[in-house]
Design a protein around this ligand. Structure first.
Ligand SMILES: [Zn+2]
Ligand SMILES: [Zn+2]
Length: 120
């Protein structure tokens, strides 16, 4: 799964899922989380202000970003299944605005089409 912010493999840091459908949108690598969020997604830091909703402001969560935490679980019929992440009330959310800010990188690594380039 690739990071929604830098496009590189997210390295199993966090999964970004739709807040309502829980469909997987992408991953979030540790570098992007640290650069853009610092420690603000950490539950113990933000818990005092916003237990639900966006971890960075007071708005409703548009997506949620559970930590990638694979665990072997045994279902009722005895089959072992891998649960890759769990969404709980401590899972940080992001509002639409903060999510879009994360997706759109503020540095463009490649020249955009139409940028004049001198060939050498
Ligand atoms: Zn990244
Ligand atoms: Zn927000």
């Amino acid at each position: 799964m690739d990071c929604i912010s830098c496009g590189l493999p997210s390295g199993y840091n966090r999964v970004v899922i739709d807040g309502e459908t829980e469909a997987e949108i992408g991953g979030l690598c540790i570098e992007c989380e640290e650069h853009q969020m610092g420690e603000r997604l950490r539950w113990d830091i933000r818990a005092k202000t916003e237990p639900e909703g966006c971890a960075l402001c007071a708005r409703d969560a548009h997506v949620r970003a559970p930590e990638w935490d694979p665990e072997m679980e045994t279902s009722a019929d005895g089959t072992a299944v891998w649960v890759e992440y769990q969404v709980t009330e401590t899972t940080p959310g992001l509002c639409e605005e903060h999510f879009e800010g994360l997706v759109a990188p503020d540095t463009v690594a490649e020249p955009t089409p139409g940028t004049p380039r001198r060939s050498e």
